[in-house]
Design a binder for this molecule. Structure first.
Ligand SMILES: Cc1cc2nc3c(=O)[nH]c(=O)nc-3n(C[C@H](O)[C@H](O)[C@H](O)COP(=O)(O)O)c2cc1C
Ligand SMILES: CCCCCCC(=O)C(=O)O
Length: 391
């Protein structure tokens, strides 16, 4: 581990020491500038698909609600050596950062999830692969190598297909299944409706389906021979709005992998997840893309941690942009956090290298903020690291 001293400290991620050697960063440093650069290179409809939300109030709330939990720095503690490691599902991770599942990444870059997996492996950040990915799960896992991968399931209404997807993920080496609960149907997303844009309807993001024998058994022709029929079949099986808590038993029986529910906000739902034998929850409002006017994700975190945090892994996403955001979520009780749009912009601007750079910067910022608030181990942060009285 390179712990060379620089005016930015002896952190291990090196982005600032690169800058100090006179190397220019390949991407703008500020999140807003990075997003603006991505906007320049992307097709406008693709840009808005990623940038937009449902309405956009919850997306804004996800950001400004972090202000309710100010960090409370302490002085004259020994922070010469820091440890960012954390434990999730009983496994030690080098840092609390993970990649959120983002579907249909081919709209951002032709190498899509393959580039993201290479960057994740390079930086050592676990990746969660979406069901609606642009490359099949087996190919993505082979790029990820030994780096932890989780598979995110959009729970189809066909149990045989659900079992097939989950068992393929287990066989390919994914270490957990993330079941997303908040996207049984797409929200009213004006940005996409205005442009009549939904990439799946063009046959994008369907690689895990078109490589699946159960899905293909429902088609008369090979998927690429009749894309219209493939998309139609997908739109019929993709979701299962009728599912309820008792259905989780079927997924539990289908795999030995840990099961994590994504999109949990209410403490009562976290308790229901525990009763259903789940191994973890991700507190998330889907980056503000589903219920506009919903509670900001960070405001839901403490309630979920208090309900189930002693019994299952609690993770967090929606609005993570800076190191301070990660510290706040961990101080409130998250075991780890997932980041979404920032790496999407890195991918759009510079492929694998762009994703790796976004991750390294975030890790450097987490490390510096940990030191400057007077802490040396991120997994020891408690709510005492915050000045707020809101939780
Ligand atoms: C373009 C895009 C696609 C997404 N696709 C998925 C997906 O396929 N599955 C899923 O569970 N969540 C998906 N999400 C939600 C993310 O996993 C995550 O909850 C959200 O992006 C976190 O918020 P952030 O972007 O503010 O970091 C998507 C988000 C975006 C922006
Ligand atoms: C009907 C397709 C649903 C997949 C949506 C991908 C996603 O989670 C998002 O856009 O948000």
């Amino acid at each position: 581990m390179d712990r060379t001293n620089t005016p930015y400290g002896n952190h291990q991620f090196g982005i600032y020491s690169a800058g100090l050697k006179g190397e220019l960063p390949i991407l703008p440093l500020r999140y807003e500038d990075l997003e603006a650069r991505a906007r320049e290179v992307l097709d406008p409809a693709a840009y808005w698909y990623v940038a937009g939300g449902a309405g956009e109030a919850s997306m804004a709330a996800n950001r400004h609600s972090f202000d309710r939990y100010p960090l409370f720095p302490r002085m004259l503690t020994d922070v010469s050596e820091r440890d960012l490691s954390t434990t999730v599902l009983g496994k030690k991770h080098a840092t609390p950062l993970m990649l959120a599942p983002l579907g249909v990444q081919e709209i951002l870059h032709p190498d899509a999830e393959l580039a993201v997996a290479r960057a994740a492996a390079d930086v050592g950040v676990p990746m969660t692969l979406s069901t609606v990915s642009s490359y099949p799960m087996e190919q993505v896992k082979s790029e990820l190598g030994d780096t932890t991968g989780w598979y995110q399931l959009y729970w189809p209404n066909d149990d045989e297909l659900a079992t097939s997807l989950v068992q393929r993920a287990e066989k390919a080496g994914y270490e957990a299944i993330v079941i997303t609960l908040d996207t049984k149907m797409l929200a009213w997303r004006e940005r996409d409706l205005e442009g009549a844009y939904l990439p799946f309807l063009q046959g994008k993001g369907l690689a895990n389906y078109t490589s699946d024998p159960v899905f293909c058994a429902g088609l008369d022709k090979a998927p690429d021979e009749d894309v219209v029929a493939t998309v139609k079949h997908w739109s019929q099986v993709y979701a299962s709005p009728e599912r309820s808590w008792s259905d989780l038993a079927k997924l539990r029986a289908a795999t030995n992998l840990p099961l994590i529910l994504k999109g949990v906000l209410h403490p009562e739902d976290a308790l229901a997840a525990r009763r259903a034998g789940m191994d973890g929850v991700i507190v998330s409002n889907h980056g503000g893309r589903q219920v506009d006017g919903s509670i900001a994700a960070i405001d839901a975190l403490a309630g979920v941690v208090d309900a189930v945090g002693d019994h299952m892994s609690v993770l967090f996403d929606s609005g993570i942009r800076r190191g301070a955001d990660v510290l706040k979520a961990v101080a409130l009780g998250a075991d780890a956090v997932l980041v979404g749009r920032p790496f999407a912009w890195g991918l759009a601007c510079a492929g694998e290298q762009g994703v790796a750079e976004v991750l390294r910067r975030l890790l450097a910022d987490i490390d510096l903020t940990l030191a400057l608030t007077g802490h040396d181990r991120i997994d020891r942060l408690t709510r005492a690291a915050l000045a707020s009285t809101r939780y």
